[in-house]
Write a protein of this length. Structure first.
Length: 133
């Protein structure tokens, strides 16, 4: 085994496998942008009622997982948890200590999009007040 490879194997044994795109994973509740169908900001999740776009994706996509920001109060996202449970969509409440403006992500386990201009946000007034301002 060459010396460089041996060093890499030893470091991986000590520190674990390096994570791909850690900044992106911190922002998007442990997933990466190329896998995202839709994302809501924290304030959009706090908004009364469920977004119809979320419901439509939960109903129509097969390989889907919902990630919810665990830093939010359960009462704010419980409607989404109930809908995912009703539709047998797996979900994860992410409480990893990272500060993120993202409140909910619907994602695939594989890449669905490689277009850098693709937007997976619902750019309504709440989004504009939360992110753009």
């Amino acid at each position: 085994m060459e010396k460089n490879k041996l060093h890499q194997v030893l470091m991986q044994g000590v520190y674990g496998t390096p994570e791909t795109l850690p900044e992106e994973r911190a922002l998007f509740l442990s997933t990466i942008s190329e896998r995202i169908y839709l994302a809501l900001t924290n304030k959009q999740v706090m908004h009364k009622g469920i977004y119809p776009e979320v419901k439509k994706i939960l109903q129509s996509k097969k390989d889907i997982h919902m990630f919810v920001n665990g830093e939010l109060s359960y009462s704010l996202y419980s409607i989404y948890i109930k809908e995912a449970t009703k539709l047998n969509v797996p979900f994860t409440v992410v409480s990893d200590g990272h500060d993120t403006p993202i409140g909910l992500v619907l994602a695939s386990s594989t890449a669905i999009n490689d277009d850098k201009n693709y937007t997976f946000f619902i750019e309504d007034e709440i989004f504009k007040k939360d992110i753009i301002n």
